[in-house]
Design a binder for this molecule. Structure first.
Ligand code: ME8
Length: 660
C-alpha cells in the first residue's frame, strides 16, 4: 500500500532569514525561527534527515552605520551581538544545525566563487546607478512613495515608509532582465511555490510589470565582501546574504560537494512578507544564472503587531523574548506564537491573550486531562495500566476520531499551516475531555474495574499521541507528558536509521501499556479575571485611601501574626451532609498536610481545585464543622456579585512558601 506524501519525508532542508544583528533579537525574529524549528521537528518525526539553517546578515551599510554610532568597528559590533541570537535560540530550543554568519570565511569564499561564475558567463556589467536607496531595507528603490512635508519632497521607501537617500555611484549590474520569462514560466509550473498561495500573485504581477537589471555591488560602502577583480567595490548585501542558503550547506567548498548535492535545493525558506521579492524574484534568478536548482517552497508569514503597529527595532515597540521566557517558560510562549499567530495575516500580540491561551489550552484542556487521569489511577492503586485487548464501542469511536484528526493534522503540517494543525490537535484533546466526562471513570472505579482500566488506557493512548504530535511546538513539555505516562520519545536521529513516528501512530492499534507517574502540573494557569479584578480593585483602593476612607489601619506587627502560606490542594471531597462544604487536603510543605473545610461547593468543581495552588491562613483556631476539624482557611476573592476566585501565585512556588 502506498504511503501518502504527508506521511513521509526522507530529507528536509529548512532556512530562516539571516537577521541584521543591529540589536538583540526580538519576538519577530524569534517567530520566523520558531516556524522553521517547528517544520524541522515535524520532519524529524517523519524520520527525515533534517538540516536547519539560521544565522546573521553582518555586512552592508546598515551594520556599518550602527557600528559607527556605537563607536566600534563593524566586525566588533557584530561579534558583540551575535551571541545574543545564539543564546536566545538555545533558550527557546530552536534546534538549528548551523548558525551561519556572513563573515564566516567559507561563506565569503562561496559568494566570491558564485560572482566569478556570473562574471565568466557575461551576466554582469559595470554602469552608473542614479536613484534612491533605502538603508534600513538595504534596497535600491524601484517604486517610490512621495510625501510632501513642509514644502520638501521626501521620498519614502514603499516597504518600510522611511526616508530614502539619493545615490549616484558606479556599480556592477546583474542582467536580471534576462530572467523575466524564465521566472514567469517557473511560477506557472510551481503554483505552490509560495505559502500562502495568494502571495504568489503579487510576485507574478511585479515580474510581469518588467524587470530592470539589478545592482550587485556598492562602491560607496566598504563593509562587505570584496567584489572579485575590483577592490573598489563590495558585494551588495542582498547578493551576499541570499547566498547563505547555499554556502551554509557546502556550496563552493570542494570538500563538501557531496553534502551540498545532498541538501540543495532547500525544501523550505521561511520569512516575513517584507522580503518576499528578494526570495521569489532575485534569488531564483541568481540560481538560474548559476545553473543551480531552485528552492522548493517559501513560507511567508505576516507581522506580529503591537497596538496595531508592526513590531520592529526602529519603532522601539519590540517585545523582549527573554522577558517572556522568564515569566512563562519557552514552551508556553512557543505554543502561543504558533497557535495564535495565523501565518496568513498580521496578528496582534497581547499578554492578556497569551495568558488566556496558556491557561485555557495548556493548563485546562491538556494539563487537566493528564492530572485527572493520573490522579484517578493513583487513588485507585492502578498506575500500571496493562495492554487492553477488548475495546468497548465508545473507546473504538475515540480511536477512529483520533485517526481522522491525525490525518488532517498531518495534512496541515505538510502544507505548513501549523496553527491549523494545532487547532486540529486541540479538537482531539477536547473530544477526549468530553469522553472522560461521559465515561465517568471515577464511578467505574467503584462499579466496573475492567471498564475503568480500559477508559484510562484509551485516554493514555490519546495523551501519548498528543505528546508526540505536539513535540514540534512543545519540545520539553511533550516529553514530560510522555514521562508521566511511562513512555519516552523514541526519536532515532541516526542517519539512515530513523523511525517514522507519525506512521507508527497511524498504524498503532492501541496495544501499549502505561505506567503513570504523579507529579506537579505541567502548565500554570493565569487567571485573567482575577488579575484584572485585582488591578481594578487596587486602583479603587488607592482612590479610597486618598479620600481618607480607611480608618481602621493595622500595624505591620498585626500582619506578621497571620501565617499566610501557599499550599497545593491534593484532595477534594464533597461532604455528603452539606450542600456547601468541600473537605480539602492541602499540602503545605514544611507545615505538613492540613485538612481544611471550605464552603465553596457551588463555585468550583473538584477538578478546578485539584493539584492547584492557593493561599491559606494556617494559624486560625481549628474549628469543628459537621464533626470534622478544619485546620485553616482558604483565601478567595469575592466580587460585588459574590463570584469567587481562587488566589494563587502567578507562577508555582514550593508548598509552604510564606507570603511576605
Ligand atoms: O531582512 N513580525 O533581516 P531583518 C514577524 N537580513 N516577523 C518579523 C517581524 C515582525 N514584526 N519583524 C521582523 C533582513 N521579522 C535580511 C534578511 S535573508 C537572506 C536576509 C522577521 O533582521 C521576518 O522574518 O530585518 C522578517 O522577514 C525578518 O525578521 C527581517 O529580519
Amino acid at each position: 500500500m502506498s504511503v501518502e506524501n504527508k506521511f513521509q519525508s526522507q530529507k528536509f532542508y529548512v532556512t530562516t532569514p539571516i537577521y541584521y544583528p543591529t540589536a538583540k533579537p526580538h519576538l519577530g525574529s524569534l517567530y520566523s525561527t520558531l516556524l522553521a524549528d517547528v517544520a524541522a521537528r515535524w520532519h524529524k518525526l517523519l524520520g527525515a534527515q533534517v538540516f536547519f539553517l539560521t544565522g546573521t546578515d553582518e555586512h552592508g551599510q546598515k551594520i556599518a552605520q550602527a557600528a559607527e554610532k556605537a563607536g566600534v568597528s563593524p566586525q566588533q559590533f557584530v561579534d558583540n551581538l551575535v551571541g545574543e541570537y545564539t543564546s536566545m535560540w538555545h533558550k527557546y530550543e530552536l534546534a538549528y544545525t548551523r548558525f551561519i554568519r556572513t563573515t564566516d570565511s567559507d561563506h565569503v569564499q562561496a559568494v566570491q566563487l558564485w560572482l566569478q561564475k556570473l562574471i565568466d558567463r557575461n551576466l554582469i556589467y559595470k554602469a552608473n546607478y542614479t536613484g534612491y536607496y533605502c538603508t534600513p531595507c538595504e534596497t535600491f528603490i524601484t517604486d517610490l512613495a512621495y510625501v510632501k512635508s513642509q514644502d520638501i519632497e521626501l521620498v519614502l521607501c514603499s516597504t518600510c515608509q522611511r526616508p530614502t537617500s539619493y545615490l549616484a555611484e558606479e556599480n556592477y549590474f546583474f542582467r536580471l532582465s534576462n530572467y523575466q520569462a524564465k521566472l514567469l514560466d517557473f511560477y506557472a509550473q510551481n503554483p505552490n511555490f509560495i505559502v500562502p498561495k495568494e502571495r504568489l500573485n503579487e510576485v507574478i504581477k511585479f515580474v510581469e510589470s518588467g524587470l530592470r537589471d539589478l545592482c550587485l555591488s556598492r562602491s560607496t560602502v566598504t563593509w562587505g565582501i570584496k567584489f572579485p577583480g575590483d577592490n573598489k567595490h563590495v558585494t551588495y548585501v542582498w547578493a551576499d546574504a541570499l547566498n547563505n542558503y547555499i554556502s551554509g550547506v557546502g556550496y563552493g567548498n570542494s570538500n563538501k560537494t557531496k553534502e551540498f548535492d545532498f541538501w540543495w535545493p532547500a525544501d523550505l525558506h521561511v520569512m516575513g512578507k517584507d522580503i518576499v521579492r528578494f526570495h521569489a524574484v532575485y534569488w531564483p534568478a541568481f540560481l538560474l544564472a548559476s545553473d543551480l536548482p531552485l528552492p522548493k517552497q517559501l513560507l511567508v508569514h505576516g507581522w506580529l503587531k503591537v497596538n496595531d503597529q508592526k513590531m520592529s527595532k526602529s519603532l522601539s515597540n519590540t517585545i523582549d523574548p527573554e522577558e517572556l521566557l522568564n515569566n512563562y517558560g519557552a514552551d508556553p510562549v512557543r505554543y502561543y506564537l504558533v497557535s495564535q499567530m495565523a501565518i496568513t495575516r498580521d496578528s496582534e500580540f497581547s499578554i492578556v491573550d497569551l495568558e488566556q491561551k496558556i491557561s485555557s489550552d495548556l493548563a485546562n484542556d491538556l494539563g487537566n486531562l493528564l492530572n485527572r487521569t493520573v490522579q484517578l489511577a493513583v487513588q485507585n492503586n492502578c498506575v500500571k495500566i496493562p495492554v487492553i485487548t477488548n475495546w468497548s464501542e465508545s473507546s473504538q469511536k475515540l480511536r477512529s476520531s483520533l485517526l481522522e484528526i491525525l490525518d488532517t493534522y498531518a495534512q496541515y503540517m505538510h502544507d505548513n499551516y501549523y496553527y491549523l494543525a494545532l487547532a486540529e490537535l486541540w479538537k482531539l484533546i477536547k473530544l477526549t475531555n468530553a469522553f472522560f466526562h461521559t465515561q465517568a471513570p471515577w464511578v467505574l472505579a467503584k462499579t466496573d474495574c475492567n471498564k475503568f482500566i480500559e477508559i484510562l488506557s484509551a485516554v493514555c493512548h490519546v495523551l501519548r499521541t498528543v505528546a508526540i504530535l505536539s513535540w514540534p511546538v512543545l519540545p520539553t513539555k511533550s516529553q514530560q507528558l510522555l514521562q508521566r505516562l511511562g513512555h519516552e520519545l523514541a526519536l532515532d536521529l541516526k542517519p539512515n536509521n530513523s523511525k517514522n513516528l507519525i506512521l507508527e501512530l497511524k498504524n498503532n492499534h492501541w496495544d501499549l501499556d502505561f505506567n503513570l507517574q504523579a507529579g506537579e502540573p505541567l502548565f500554570t494557569r493565569y487567571d485573567q479575571n482575577l488579575k484584572i479584578k485585582v488591578t481594578e480593585k487596587t486602583n479603587m483602593s488607592v482612590e479610597n485611601i486618598n479620600q481618607g476612607n480607611i480608618n481602621n489601619y493595622i500595624g505591620i506587627e498585626d500582619l506578621t501574626k497571620i501565617e499566610l502560606v501557599v499550599g497545593t490542594i491534593i484532595n477534594c471531597e464533597a461532604i455528603e451532609k452539606s450542600d456547601k462544604l468541600y473537605k480539602l487536603q492541602v499540602d503545605c510543605g514544611a507545615y505538613g498536610t492540613r485538612q481544611i473545610l471550605s464552603g465553596i461547593k457551588q463555585y468550583f468543581a473538584p477538578a478546578d481545585l485539584l493539584n492547584r495552588q492557593a493561599l491559606f491562613v494556617l494559624n486560625l483556631k481549628p474549628r469543628q464543622m459537621l464533626g470534622l476539624e478544619s485546620q485553616g482557611m482558604m483565601l478567595l476573592a469575592k466580587d460585588a456579585e459574590n463570584n469567587l476566585q481562587r488566589m494563587a501565585p502567578i507562577a508555582p512556588v514550593p508548598n509552604g512558601t510564606r507570603l511576605a
